[in-house]
Design a protein around this ligand. Structure first.
Ligand code: COI
Length: 362
């Protein structure tokens, strides 16, 4: 039986004035809407207890498994308000499928795609007023579905009780400077994911382990970190929380191939499609860090950008490392901005959705 996520509305919703105040300066992931979607999986009976309820804290026993063994996965997608007031999701089925893949890797139960979509849509409907207008930029309602081991038990095994929830946060740009190019720290000390590890899964542990390198980067004026592969450190993998792409003078858009240690970004996949529409040649292959740096220095790689749901496309200004700096450019590249606009125009309904990516909710 499919889940329906019926609404139990809050008796104390935020006022229209308060929502407007938040929309005027939302930041990223700071404010949350009036409701959240929840469901529980129990071994033997499966998924149930689904509802949209007032937003509020979970009560967790100190022995709850996720607090000890990090059996947790999550997703990130956005709801976009289009000029006619309607609200749409961008390729949410891809997030549903990736959550299933992440859950399999972390020994969590799979949530059926239809139930994922219902949970997200019911929440967006309940909190529709929280979805900002595009405001000339990239304001949206960021949706964070997640699932965690919610069983009180200290043995190391897959939990028999699992909680699923979706929360929503009105957001502006992920990086405070908007599309201002960012510096990237290339770590030679830490790696993100090894062969056979959890690199392709969207699990909290990947992000927790990236923090130390990110903070190292911050000391060098960088807002993201780039990892090489865990084996040799030679091949380019991904950033702390997003994928990386570079543009060459001869019209290639190159991004590291999906080798099992890289997150299969929905934005990454969409950009590869849109770039081909724009006349670039998308290339997914193993690319060494040395090739990127040499070709940046030689003027053959002329643009680089980070991409993800949260950051959309964020241009890279410089790659910095202990061995030296490689300057791409202080201004956003032309191709980067073209691709960025093409993606945002589809999401905000300003361009035809020729790939059938958008799904209307309200
Ligand atoms: C996203 O892009 O949605 C992510 O989950 C990455 C995180 C850096 C916010």
């Amino acid at each position: 039986m499919s889940l329906t996520f019926p609404l139990t509305a809050t008796s104390a919703p935020a006022s229209a004035e308060r929502v407007a105040e938040i929309h005027a300066d939302p930041g990223f992931g700071v404010y949350f809407t009036d409701h959240m979607a929840v469901a529980t999986w129990r071994q033997g009976s499966g998924w149930g207890e689904d509802a949209v309820v007032p937003y509020g804290p979970f009560q967790l026993d100190p022995s709850t498994a996720v607090l000890h063994y990090a059996q947790e996965v999550f997703e990130g997608l956005k709801a976009y308000r289009q000029p006619d007031g309607s609200i749409w999701l961008f390729r949410p089925e891809r997030n549903a499928e990736r959550l299933q893949a992440s859950a399999r890797r972390l020994m969590l139960p799979e949530l059926p795609v239809e139930d994922f979509l219902t949970s997200v849509e019911q929440l967006v409907r309940a909190d529709a007023a929280w979805t900002p207008d595009a405001q000339g930029g990239e304001a949206s309602l960021y949706l964070r579905p997640f699932m965690f081991a919610n069983e009180s038990f200290l043995g190391v095994r897959a939990a028999h009780v699992v909680s699923y929830a979706v929360i929503a946060s009105p957001v502006g740009p992920y990086f405070a400077g908007g599309v201002k190019p960012v510096n990237i720290w290339v770590t030679d000390e830490y790696s993100r994911a090894g062969k056979g590890g959890t690199g392709a899964a969207k699990c909290g542990g990947n992000y927790a382990s990236s923090l130390i390198a990110q903070y190292e980067g911050a000391e060098h004026g960088c807002s993201q970190v780039l990892f090489g592969d865990a084996g040799s450190g030679v091949n380019t993998e991904e950033l702390g929380g997003m994928n990386l792409m570079v543009v060459t003078t001869d019209g290639e858009l190159i991004t590291p191939a999906l080798t099992g240690t890289i997150l299969e970004g929905v934005t990454r996949d969409s950009i590869l499609t849109v770039a081909a529409d724009l006349g670039l040649r998308p290339v997914q292959r193993v690319i060494t860090l040395a090739e990127i740096f040499d070709r940046v220095d030689a003027g053959e790689i002329v643009e680089a950008f980070a991409c993800g749901t949260a950051a959309v496309l964020t241009p890279v200004a410089e790659f910095r490392s202990r061995q030296g700096d490689h300057v791409v450019g202080a201004e956003p590249g032309e191709r980067t901005m073209q691709i960025r606009s093409a993606i945002l125009d589809i999401q905000y309904g300003r361009a035809a959705d020729s790939h059938g990516w958008m799904r209307r909710v309200v």
